[in-house]
Design a protein around this ligand. Sequence first.
Ligand SMILES: [Zn+2]
Length: 141
Amino acid sequence: MEERPFNDISYERFLNEEKLMGSRCRKCGALFLPPRPICIKCSGTEMEWVQLKGKGKLGAFTCIAIGPPFMIREGYDRTHPYVSGVVELEEGVKAVARIEGVDGNKPETIKIGTRLEVEFLHRGEGESLTTFLAFKPCAGR
Ligand SMILES: [Zn+2]
């Protein structure tokens, strides 16, 4: 793995490349997402990049009717709420992300524990490319 600093800029660059990357402490093995340069468990500073599989299950969610401007531009509003959730990844870390493929108007149909897989939502291009982390229900069960 090439050397990139363990910060948000690197993390977002990896998302642009459709890679979900965390940092792992070489000393105690603790895994962090988003990546951290210093281990909060043992204060170790020797980190390595780890690519996560992007599979997990839904731990918690909220339906958001009034979102930030970029979500409003995408057509989400009071009548079309979007869903934000905590995904418990197979590697044992949690990711906060948008949950796609579920109906924000019918929260009762969204089930905790649903198997999810990662989806990278690209917006803009070139220098202004940003990628939002999202998860959607697994196609095959
Ligand atoms: Zn550590």
